[in-house]
Design a protein around this ligand. Structure first.
Ligand SMILES: [Zn+2]
Length: 178
């Protein structure tokens, strides 16, 4: 398993990561401007998500579709696909749009979920870029590091998938803990 060639990950997105925006800032600005800021936010979010993914509807159509409610389902659907395209479980999906049907509180919840998911994605994306890795590889590497285990005989710390024998001293290892 370890020695099998890894499939080459070709990112389907070559665009820049979206901007990070504070969740509280976005909510407060939307309320204070009686929704004017939210139109700007819709425009920028759709535009930036399209720039990153290289597909989907952009800023103008994003604003129009958001006014017609359907955009409230489309945007979290796009953000969810950013996650799945990068090999991560989706943080939001089209279902997130259902929050829009609860007046005010639902809108605040929707904004915090979508902006929060965007911010979390960008944070991982930036860390992956710093490590010169695709997000998918970066997340998988993190998963393997979590699985690191120490040999009770020689103290060798292995971060590859568990084996029956120590890769350094060849002594048998205890079975995986359930
Ligand atoms: Zn050992």
């Amino acid at each position: 398993m370890v020695d099998s060639p890894q499939p080459i990950y070709v990112p389907r997105n070559a665009g820049a990561l979206p901007q990070r925006r504070g969740v509280a800032f976005v909510i407060v600005m939307s309320i204070v401007t009686v929704g004017i800021y939210l139109i700007y936010w819709d425009y920028k979010s759709f535009q930036e998500v399209k720039a990153y993914r290289g597909r989907g509807i952009g800023g103008i159509l994003g604003v129009i579709s958001s006014i017609l409610i359907v955009g409230r389902f489309v945007l979290p659907s796009y953000v969810g696909r950013m996650y799945t395209d990068a090999g991560q479980p989706r943080a939001v999906s089209a279902w997130t749009g259902l929050w829009t049907f609860f007046p005010l509180v639902g809108g605040i919840a929707w904004l915090s979920f979508v902006q929060g998911a965007l911010n979390d994605f960008v944070a991982v994306g930036e860390a992956a870029a710093t490590a010169s890795m695709s997000i998918k590889d970066y997340v998988e590497r993190d998963r393997e590091v979590v699985e690191e285990h120490e040999c009770p005989h020689c103290g060798f710390i292995d971060n590859r998938p568990p084996s029956t024998h120590c890769r350094k001293c060849r002594q048998p290892l205890p079975g995986p803990t359930p």
